[in-house]
Design a protein around this ligand. Structure first.
Ligand code: ADP
Length: 401
């Protein structure tokens, strides 16, 4: 059996696992769903029968079930050679991926106040894997790390400066692993080096964010202190007037209640009153459902505004790149968005756009377009696997000759 790297992404009710061989080819994946309920189950890619998980199982028990199944299928020896964990918030402490030790765990805990729904469950996964594989090097890869190169003018809110000093209030940005991948993959496809490639990367999934990448470094991004800021998303509002909090407080909606609404009942779902799923929304709009059409209009218009805004941080654009479930699959959303941007010179080629960049290295723009527009499938798992492998193979100071 080849050495392999395991990628672990723990959510509050799910665990995603991916297994890579030593050449960084994905060999299998698994998904645990409905964790912490009586109906928890796991599925391994390509295998129909779900794996039973005992009711109310915690992370360690659920992980054991999947890892034993990987072993029985001959996909994993007794242990992987490296494990990479997705961690949502690294604050200003973590500017890059790190080998996990007790200090790193403390550092992740210290950032939990900034991501109370995510960091504690990411840590639960780390603790479980450390128990299961105490001798295997484990690596944390942070969603925020790629954005640590934002300059202060992009990350500071115009609020009293003491909020930053005392409470770490600033813009952090998320989806960093995906935007990092886009920066590297765009450079590769354009036959350039990342350090000489500047692009606007639009990650459009259930969560959506856009990043300006200048010479390979993130210099502006749409998400902020939390993943709520910026674009319209599946259930998240993106930008609203902060005055909304006081105004609705006067109507009996507390800040905590409004925060939940803005995260869970807004965005495409809130506007359409039907669904947060873009594909369903497009079908509804095609059948004359006006609120769905409006939701799509607001989504594309906000996105186009942000594409314009990202230009303030760039001195050149080598590509505008779309990714994520919506960005990779919806020619309609890409077209409607770029239609707002004629003045900036973005022009799509209809055939290339409807083929989702299936020809010519993902390019969907016409030869007349001032800037290339591309569709590139993201691959966050691959970045996490490569970082885990790289750091696991890097000698620690005591091992160096
Ligand atoms: P997540 O952020 O949870 O990883 P994805 O990146 O898979 O989500 O994106 C999910 C979104 O992509 C959903 O809104 C889904 O409807 C949308 N999507 C997938 N395929 C299409 C399509 N062909 N047309 C429009 N939207 C699509």
């Amino acid at each position: 059996m080849q050495a392999n790297t395991l990628v672990v992404n723990c959510g509050s009710s799910s665990i995603k696992l991916a297994l890579f061989d030593h050449q960084e080819q994905k060999i299998s994946s698994a998904l645990v769903e409905r964790l912490n309920t009586a109906d928890a189950f796991a599925r391994i890619e390509g295998i129909d029968a779900p794996l039973a998980i005992e009711p109310e199982a915690r992370y360690e028990q659920a992980l054991k079930v999947v890892l034993s199944a990987f072993e029985e299928l001959g996909l994993l020896d007794s242990a992987p050679s490296a494990i990479g964990h997705r961690v949502v918030h690294g604050g200003e402490t973590f500017r890059e991926a790190v080998l996990i030790d007790d200090d790193v765990i403390e550092g992740i805990q210290a950032c939990s106040g900034l991501a109370p729904l995510h960091n504690p469950v990411n840590l639960a996964g780390i603790e479980a894997m450390r128990k299961l594989y105490p001798r295997v090097p484990q690596v944390a890869v942070f969603d925020t790390a790629f954005h640590q190169t934002l300059p202060p003018k992009a990350y500071m809110y115009a609020v009293p400066e003491s909020y930053y000093r005392d409470w770490a209030v600033r813009r952090y940005g998320f989806h960093g692993t995906s935007h990092y991948f886009m920066s590297r993959e765009t450079a590769r496809r354009l036959d350039r080096t990342p350090a000489t490639t500047s692009l606007i990367s639009a990650h459009l999934g259930n969560g959506c964010s856009i990043t300006a990448i200048r010479d390979g470094l993130s210099v502006d991004t749409s998400m902020g202190l939390t993943p709520l800021e910026g674009l319209v998303m599946g259930t998240r509002s993106g930008d609203v007037d902060p005055g909304l909090f006081d105004y609705l407080d006067g109507k009996g909606i507390t800040a905590a209640a409004l925060n939940d609404v803005l995260n869970q009942q807004s965005g495409l779902l809130g506007l359409s009153g039907q669904t947060n799923d873009m594909r369903t929304l497009c079908d509804l709009a095609d059948h004359g459902h006006e609120p769905s059409r409006l939701a799509i209009d607001v989504f594309c218009f906000r996105l186009a505004r942000y594409i314009g805004a990202m230009m303030a941080s760039l001195n050149r654009i080598d590509a505008l790149v779309f990714t994520g479930g919506i960005g990779e699959n919806s020619s309609r959303i890409r077209e409607q968005t770029c239609n707002h941007l004629g003045l900036l010179g973005f022009e799509l080629e209809a055939d290339l756009n409807s083929a989702h960049g299936g020809f010519s290295d993902g390019i969907i723009s016409s030869p007349e377009s001032r800037f290339p527009v591309m569709v590139i499938p993201t691959n966050e798992e691959l970045v996490i696997a490569s970082e885990a492998k790289r750091l696991a193979e890097t000698p620690t100071p005591s091992e160096r000759p």
